[in-house]
Design a protein. Structure first.
Length: 429
């Protein structure tokens, strides 16, 4: 193969995957390669993949089939190579495992020299995805991964098969990575992993996570910290310390805590290590301290064994806790997971329940947002495209401003003119 000059990349999945693509892009540019937005003109195509849901995986497979018609080398990165390597083994496809993200240029060299060996880029390793050259998708947002893998063993989760057990990155490397982002102009710092609150538990250090957060918040710079997903069972032992962390003015009052089901029976079948009551207890304690805090949660509808009363318990839980964001999905049987071997519910039942959660979500979020109509808020503008600007308030609530002015990166006082389920519309005061 001739030496490539132009590369094209597509990204699917979570904020960690987005950060992996930022690292890949940084490595490519550092090597003198050029990124382009048209796969037809590219010498090599890179897909950074996700397998958390069957519809996502199917759409990626369809996309791979489309791109194969271009007869160009395709590098498949992300989660898919780890669990779908047999399906992916064919002409012009090269696999980059999840723990080899920083070796993208090495893989390209192997392809050019016709020395590519799949095992070299799929074997498990403890890769630390920090302090690399990277190209941030948003110049104002710096994403830092603090660990790989998790301590859970949920019966439905395919990601565990990919990422394995928890591996916490060194604190000094995390803080250095954040400092690098801040020096590059980032005003928002996102911490991400499969479960932030589990950080350090692989070393049996139960204070590691809050110690890390205090070190991050002690950085002498003007930035806002957004914490990613944390499971209830790992929040509970440190909830008082976490609340103190959230009291810091630098911390967005945003809590992503997945519950998955309101039925304790279903949580046990899922092998989740907490109860619905414990989830509710956490929400109430945070809300007592931060009444306007944004609560985001995840729901799986129609898990195997879920009855109508079980599902009603989920609806009751949502009505009681009123989360602002509900990431919901109907259950999909993922190959290789224990839950895939169970008797599946009828698809009509699954679709109906998912639709009910969606309807309730829109009602709750609109009800929550309506309280802000007519109010003034201080917001930070972190995205702008033409006259459409996206901003966030202290609670990471999405505020849309339409203006001809360039206000990107500015802190502004706005008045909320109208509330919608997913955002607030505002004008500059």
């Amino acid at each position: 193969m001739k030496t490539p000059h132009f590369l094209y990349i597509e990204t699917y999945g979570c904020s960690a995957n987005q950060n992996n693509s930022e690292i890949i892009k940084g490595k490519l540019i550092e090597s003198g390669l050029q990124l382009i937005s048209n796969p037809v003109l590219a010498d090599i195509i890179i897909l950074n993949t996700c397998i958390v849901k069957e519809p996502t995986e199917n759409s990626i497979k369809q996309r791979i089939a489309e791109l194969e018609t271009l007869n160009k080398p395709i590098i498949i990165a992300g989660c898919m190579p780890e669990v779908r390597k047999s399906w992916l083994r064919r002409k012009n496809i090269y696999l980059l495992g999840i723990s080899h993200t920083t070796e993208i240029t090495k893989l390209i060299r192997r392809v050019i020299e016709n020395k590519y060996k799949e095992s070299e880029f799929l074997e498990k390793s403890k890769e630390i995805k920090l302090n690399c050259s990277k190209q941030n998708k948003n110049k104002l947002v710096g994403i830092t991964q603090i660990s790989e893998g998790c301590q859970g063993n949920c019966n439905y989760c395919q990601v565990k098969l990919v990422k394995g057990d928890l591996f916490s990155y060194p604190q000094e490397d995390i803080v250095e990575n954040i400092n690098r982002d801040i020096k590059q102009g980032c005003r928002e710092i996102w911490l991400t992993s499969q479960d932030l609150a589990a950080y350090g538990l692989d070393r049996n250090d139960k204070t590691a996570f809050t110690n890390l957060l205090n070190k991050v918040l002690a950085i002498n710079s003007n930035f806002k910290l957004r914490l990613g997903m944390m499971n209830p069972n790992h929040i509970l032992p440190i909830i008082d310390e976490l609340i103190e962390i959230y009291k810091n003015l630098k911390t967005y009052k945003f809590l992503h805590i997945p519950v998955q089901s309101g039925s304790n029976k279903i949580l046990k079948l899922m092998n989740r290590k907490y109860s619905a009551d414990e989830f509710t207890k956490i929400i109430k304690k945070f809300k007592n301290n931060f009444p306007e805090m944004i609560i985001a949660t995840d729901i799986i509808a129609a898990y195997p064994g879920e009855t109508d009363p079980d599902f009603q318990e989920t609806l009751n839980l949502l009505n009681e806790t009123k989360p602002d964001v509900i990431n919901f999905t109907r259950y999909w049987a993922m190959n290789g997971t224990r839950a895939a071997k169970l008797e599946q519910l009828d698809r009509k039942i699954a679709s109906r329940r998912a639709a009910e959660v969606q309807k309730l979500h829109l009602e709750i979020s609109l009800e929550n947002n309506k309280k802000y109509e007519g109010r003034e808020l201080v917001v930070f503008v972190n995205e702008q495209e033409g006259t459409n600007c996206l901003a966030r308030d202290e609670n990471y609530r999405l505020v849309v401003i339409r203006t001809e002015k360039n206000i990107l990166g500015k802190k502004l006082k706005v008045k909320i003119t109208k509330a919608f389920s997913h955002y607030l519309l505002a004008e500059i005061t």
